[in-house]
Design a protein around this ligand. Sequence first.
Ligand SMILES: [Zn+2]
Length: 320
Amino acid sequence: MSKTDYYIGIDLGGTNIKAGLVNTKGEVIDEREIRTEAEKGPDHVLDRIGRMAKSFQSACEEGVHIAGLGVGVPGQVDTAEGIVQEAPNLPGWKQVKVRKELKSRVNIPASVDNDANLAALGEFAFGAGRGIHEMLMVTLGTGVGGGLILGGRVYHGAMGGAGEFGHMVIERNGPVCNCGRRGCIEAFIGTRGLLQAVKDRLEKGRKSPLSAIPEQSRTPKDISEAAESGDALAREVLREAGDALGVALGSVANLLNIERVVVGGGVAKAGDLILNPAREAMKRTALAVSRETVSLVPALLGNRAGLTGASRLAMLDAGY
Ligand SMILES: [Zn+2]
């Protein structure tokens, strides 16, 4: 009997490590999550990843072969060498040889890429991006992440820095972004930008149930919930955020003539309240050819996009 190949996908975050055993259809057969314990440094984190991989190995039925392991890391990655150059949310991660270190711990071929790129690859291979070749994935959260698929592959650019959709500037003298620059899309639709938009309106005397929530504990989820229950202020904030998003997406469409934009992340759960204005602004901004080509859809894989994308990277590197 021939062996069944499975792949391990790891989504390494600053707080948690999510791991899945994935088959070649992208189905998650087994799934685990543990604390990263990032404060204990790279060796400790790599040990933890190694132990997770081994626990999958020992739980596998006879006839199953784990053919590869992929890791998504929140940072700058040298994908050719499998080295994490820098990861701001992981203390001590500078020039960490992830591929080599994991190979010595678990003896499975390991591949590494940036987590946003792998979320894009996951949606492209197994989710909302199936069947196309040119795609942008946008993740709306505290920050705004991006991953670009061109010609059916993750596009890295000259030095691995491509896909930073969140730092496309849409207003030259706009608000300061988390990156220190002005007017990036993230400064408008990242968590901080959304909450600031609520605060500005409340300070002008606008009425909203959001004023009952103390400023420091307000979240984008509160905005979505208020909007869903009909609050005009919350709806306006999401509409403007969607409009800003759509203007940036229309520019991306003009540059790359992409077929599909896939939007995921917590803030995207506001659904059409943010996506419809984004669609309108995108179509308004895009030139005729790009306008006819491009569509905007919600992500399908939720927080599994990263780990299924990581497993897909391992499959590609194994020649599958
Ligand atoms: Zn920025």
